[in-house]
Design a protein around this ligand. Structure first.
Ligand code: TEU
Length: 545
């Protein structure tokens, strides 16, 4: 049913450059640092590195605020460093995909510096300006994701500009064809340097119609993506993945359907938001709900069974650490991290591993607001204090859900600062680096790291992992996730417990079978009987004929 694509068997690894590896001791990760770790990534077996932004930026939002799309931030290195990374990675069969942040720029981008000068500046319409409302306030109620109004009054011309993120991230005006042409030219400039694709930041926003307060899924969104495809990567064999918090199975088929000429795949976030509070969102997570999670994954597996393609992930640089959120980072650290990896990597789609996930890095136990660095967290702190929350309550929420959980430095070894830097890291290293680090993990056959390595290799060895048809079992069970993947005569049975105690499970008659255990986190189980006893967080993948 699917045309065969190279990225169907690929696994992507996300690098957050600021926190990955610091080669020069300034406390900030950099591109030569990434290059120095290519052997590590090759051994893990990944095919693609997604680099979070490396461009010139005042770093108001750690690079998601770009002031020069064709320049590299000096703290990350030079364009030569980048070209060297691309070629050294390619020599190992690894492609580099860049983060395309084109919903907005930095307020220091030359386009915005021009745009704000006068209402008749040639760059005025590169951004979204509106006159004040009658009372002098913002033109409408659109809110910024980082808290507060999405409009800021610029005194020079007395008009408001739109910023759906920080006020230092003005939104580009995609309705202006000159903006689109500039972006496509920039994309081609990077494609010509040999990159393997793009991850597209909040790409579901670019069709926005602000006067109607429409942000996602605007009427021209898919026209723009088709135009982008035709003007840039359409005839190149690359991977594109859109970040689309608004995606539904229906819209995902528009983005990634085989005849749509838009993107390879999109990130959907229903399994993330499904765990959030209806009013307070992620700042007040609900108790973990496995049945709900299975329902979301199942819905997406089936919706994209014959067309479109899933992007599979537990974490990224905006989300808490998977093992802390969905597993048990304390009592069953290794077993639950491996279980989560098993469940995700044996689904249909392209898996994304967020740096440090492969060694089971955990959330960060900060105790003071001064330790956080993330603009979203710091803004929310200010707003929540005004609203009457106590600092302790806020810190509890931030330590469960805040973005800095994912941004503490990669833990390479038991050396000072986890081997991340010889200087003082820009954000503190998680104190558990003495036990949780890559060096220790690589020498231990039973480590989380080796489990990821096996899963990544299974996708390459077994077509059933790539193309097998998904079917859920025991859907209402609150503690176990059971599914099968079937391709021709071959069936893969996946059984995983999300519970920290032993479970006795009545297995459906259809699943009673003998086979080869492809992956396990205790011992291989070669037969499923009518009753299966699962140890805490036990997971297996059994291949049956
Ligand atoms: O994230 C989009 C986004 O909506 C997030 O801000 C999200 O709402 C939040 O982190 C989760 O609660 C993308 C990038 O991934 C993020 O790092 C950037 O800050 C943001 O866009 C702006 O570019």
């Amino acid at each position: 049913v699917h045309d065969i694509k190279w990225w169907h068997t690929a696994t992507v690894y996300q690098v957050y450059p600021r926190s990955f590896c610091d080669s020069d001791g300034d406390g900030i990760g950099d591109i030569p640092g990434i290059t120095s770790r290519l052997d590590y990534l090759q051994q893990l077996g990944i095919d693609i590195i997604w680099l979070s932004p490396i461009y010139q930026s005042p770093m108001d939002d750690n690079g998601y605020d770009i002031s020069d799309y064709r320049g590299v931030a000096p703290e990350f290195g030079t364009l030569e460093d980048f070209d060297r990374l691309v070629s050294k990675a390619r020599a190992r069969g690894i492609g580099i995909i860049l983060d395309l942040v084109v919903n907005h720029t930095s307020d220091e981008h030359p386009w915005f510096l021009q745009s704000r000068q006068s209402t008749d500046n040639p760059f005025r319409d590169f951004y979204i300006w509106r006159k004040p409302a009658d009372n002098g306030g913002p033109p409408n109620d659109l809110q910024s994701s980082f808290g507060g109004p999405a409009w800021t009054l610029d005194p020079t011309t007395g008009e408001y500009y739109l910023h759906l993120f920080s006020r230092r991230q003005p939104d580009l005006n995609w309705e202006n064809p000159k903006v689109r042409a500039e972006i496509y030219a920039m994309m081609n400039w990077w494609l010509d340097r040999g990159i393997a694709g793009f991850r597209m930041d909040v790409i579901d926003y670019i069709g926005k119609q602000v006067d109607r307060q429409v942000v996602t899924d605007g009427p021209h969104l898919h026209d723009y993506l088709q135009e982008m495809n035709a003007s840039t990567f359409g005839d190149r064999d690359i991977l594109t993945v859109g970040e689309t918090w608004s995606a539904t199975p229906g819209s995902a088929l528009l983005y990634s359907g085989r005849d749509r000429k838009e993107l390879s795949m999109v990130f959907q976030f229903e399994h993330v938001t499904q765990q959030w509070d209806a009013v307070f969102g992620k700042w007040r997570p609900k108790p973990f709900d496995l049945a709900g999670l299975k329902e979301v994954f199942g819905k997406w597996q089936l919706a994209l069974a014959n067309d479109g393609w899933n992007a599979l992930f537990w974490g990224n640089h905006d989300l808490p650490r998977a093992v802390s959120r969905y597993g048990d980072a304390v009592g069953y650290h290794s077993q639950s991290a491996k279980m989560l990896a098993t469940v995700l990597h044996l689904l249909k789609g392209t898996p994304f591993v967020y740096q440090g996930e492969e060694i089971g890095m955990t959330n960060m136990p900060f105790t003071s607001i001064n330790q956080y660095r993330d603009i979203e967290t710091l803004n929310m702190y200010r707003l929540q204090m005004e609203a009457g929350l106590s600092p302790e309550e806020f810190i509890r929420g931030a330590n469960e859900s805040g973005r800095d959980n994912a941004r503490t430095p990669m833990q390479w070894s038991a050396a000072p600062h986890g081997g991340f830097s010889s200087g003082t890291p820009w954000i503190e290293v998680n104190p558990n680096y003495l036990n949780v680090n890559a060096e220790t993990a690589m020498t231990n056959e039973a480590s989380i790291w080796n489990h990821y390595r096996k899963l990544i290799a299974l996708r390459k060895a077994h077509p059933v992992v790539v193309y097998g048809h998904y079917q859920p079992w025991l859907e209402q069970h609150p503690d176990v996730y059971v599914y099968t993947r079937t391709l021709d005569e071959v069936r893969l049975i996946v059984v995983a417990s999300f519970k920290p105690v032993e479970i006795r499970l009545k297995m459906p008659r259809e699943l009673i079978a003998r086979g080869d255990c492809l992956i396990w986190n205790y011992d291989p189980i070669v037969s499923i009987e009518a009753e299966l006893v699962l140890r805490p967080y036990e997971a297996i993948g059994l291949l049956t004929g």
